[in-house]
Design a protein around this ligand. Structure first.
Ligand SMILES: Nc1ncnc2c1ncn2[C@@H]1O[C@H](COP(=O)(O)OP(=O)(O)O)[C@@H](O)[C@H]1O
Ligand SMILES: [Mg+2]
Length: 512
């Protein structure tokens, strides 16, 4: 291969095309990764990052294109081939066995045999310990996976790859599940790995992490490689524009306001999860008129169950929910909507929209049985069309056609349909749960300004999000949830990431 200098190149992908039916997930992507660097793959949700790495790891076969690993052209027809060439991949969803110990999980599938073919756990455990010391990847080898934090589980995944002698590590959205402190430790670990000659391919959509951790960054948009840049010489703004395809604004404009009386009051709430454990465990909070209260927390600390209880989708075991001092505990969803509570639900496809219904039908979903949309059981199509048309226009929903099925819209436009429907009901309380998850930067900008607009109209807004930056940018007050309880409430102007991060990890007990 005369045109590539393989002395430093460790992975070279050329012209990779991967189609799923008619969808081209990777459209002639080239990628060059040098030994010992951190190479970020940046792109919005659905850009094709994971697909490209699954191709490299042998989980998907490309329709065309070539792969070179350490100079050799390789047909990576399955992950064993990738592993034998020194590639390790840590997926977005970990693949560990919860009741097994750390060591058992690491050695699983690559057990060391003793002299009589007996599994030599002792020897394996020592090897694991040596690797973990070498890379500062501290774990307790005898703990069960189910008893350790998500951050620790991630280390186990990395150790598992290193134990298989990986020197090229693919990490897919590794920080999505971590607290700010864990993210910092994680970045140090990555640096450690590359100092010792490992190569890291880091998939992410977080610009700040790229600036902190990566040497080079390849930007992918809609299946195509846009560019590869040296991170040091590129600003976050430039990265964002390449990712989205136009310039974007990061800043949410927000004037100071004095909040009014409490619209939502939650008192000593106890709610159980699907496993019948107390997911919300004596939680109290208030959201006032004209404020955004952000609920920060690591995933799985009761946020989902809280929102379900507030919207009438999950039974409250004890405690109470009051809207305008009226008790709505254990009322059905319809009754709660009638109390002027609106929701942007966490799961757009499942709870927010009926994909097979048209945009028009989705817009009147909660009001179709009322005037002017229907009278005496007969739908008034003209009234529906006029109303939907107005909202499509106001909220700039694309395509501007109420008769298309909602499922065919992009994520951002689906979210606009939900926001249009919910806020046009003129709620007093808006509950927004993970409102920007999976959206591109442009749509995020839109959602953020919609939430601030509601606050400025004197609505109460409860914002539940796993994105701490989003919480810090938008909120007036920030409540931190940990193991189903509020462990602290701070004014957003006084909040700093460190303190919030500590609270999110269960430290700090100040109540406000
Ligand atoms: N196994 C699959 N079958 C069908 N479509 C897929 C599959 N995997 C990914 N896709 C589609 O390919 C596109 C790229 O997805 P993905 O590589 O996961 O994006 P990213 O990791 O950048 O978020 C998306 O439109 C996604 O829906
Ligand atoms: Mg992905």
């Amino acid at each position: 291969m005369a045109d590539v200098d393989f002395t430093h190149t460790t992975v070279e992908m050329r012209g990779i095309v991967k189609k799923f039916g008619s969808l081209v997930a990777n459209d002639h992507i080239d990628l060059t990764v040098h030994k010992g660097e951190v190479h970020a793959l940046l792109g919005e949700n659905g850009a094709g990052k994971t697909t490209l790495m699954n191709v490299l790891y042998g989980l998907y076969q490309p329709n065309s294109g070539e792969i070179f690993i350490k100079g050799d052209k390789v047909e990576v027809t399955n992950p064993n081939i990738a592993i034998s060439r020194g590639i390790g991949m840590v997926h977005q969803h970990f693949m560990l066995i919860p009741p097994f110990t750390v060591t058992q999980n690491i050695i699983l599938g690559k057990e060391t045999s003793g002299p009589f073919g007996v599994l030599d756990i002792q020897k394996a455990a020592e090897e694991v310990k040596a690797i973990s010391e070498q890379y500062d990847l501290y774990v307790d080898p005898d703990q069960k996976i189910e008893d350790i934090s998500v951050g620790m589980q991630q280390r186990v995944e990395i150790l598992k790859a290193l134990y298989r002698n990986a020197d090229i590590l693919i990490l897919d959205e590794p920080t999505a599940v971590l607290t700010p402190q864990e993210i910092r430790e994680f970045i140090t670990i990555i640096r450690n790995l590359t100092f010792q000659g490992k190569t890291v391919i880091l998939i992410t959509h977080k610009l700040r992490e790229i600036k902190q951790a990566a040497d080079y960054c390849t930007i992918i948009r809609r299946g195509k490689r846009i560019d590869t840049v040296e991170v040091e010489k590129t600003t976050e703004q430039e990265l964002a524009s390449m990712m989205v395809g136009r310039s974007v604004s990061f800043y949410v404009k927000k004037e100071a306001r004095i909040p009014g009386e409490a619209i939502l009051q939650v008192k000593d709430l106890v709610v159980r999860d699907n496993r019948n454990l107390k997911a919300v465990d004596g939680l109290s909070l208030e959201v006032r008129k004209g404020e955004i209260l952000g609920l920060a927390g690591v995933d799985g600390n009761g946020q989902k169950e809280l929102v379900e209880a507030l919207t009438g989708l999950r039974r409250v075991e004890s405690g109470g929910i009051f809207v305008h001092e009226r008790d709505v505990t254990n009322r059905d969803p319809r009754d709660i909507i009638d109390s002027k509570v609106c929701t942007i639900p966490e799961d757009r496809q499942k709870r927010g929209l009926v994909s097979d219904f048209t945009v028009e039908e989705n817009i009147i979903l909660e009001n179709f049985d009322r005037k002017p949309f229907s009278s005496r059981g007969v739908l008034n199509f003209q009234a529906i069309r006029d109303y939907a048309g107005k909202l499509i226009d106001t909220f700039q929903i694309s395509p501007p056609d109420g008769t298309v099925r909602a499922g065919t819209l992009s994520g951002g436009n689906q979210q606009k349909v939900i926001i249009a429907r919910e806020v046009s009901n003129d709620p007093d309380l808006l509950i927004a749960s993970q409102p920007t998850r999976g959206l591109d930067v442009g749509a995020i900008e839109y959602v953020h300004s919609s939430l601030v607009a509601q606050r400025d109209k004197d609505k109460a807004v409860l914002l539940v999000s796993l994105e701490l930056d989003e919480i810090m940018d938008l909120s007036d007050r920030i409540a931190v949830i940990y193991e189903g309880k509020i462990v602290g409430i701070v004014n957003a102007v006084d909040a700093d990431e460190n303190t919030l991060g500590l609270m999110m990890a269960g430290g700090g007990q100040e109540n406000g």
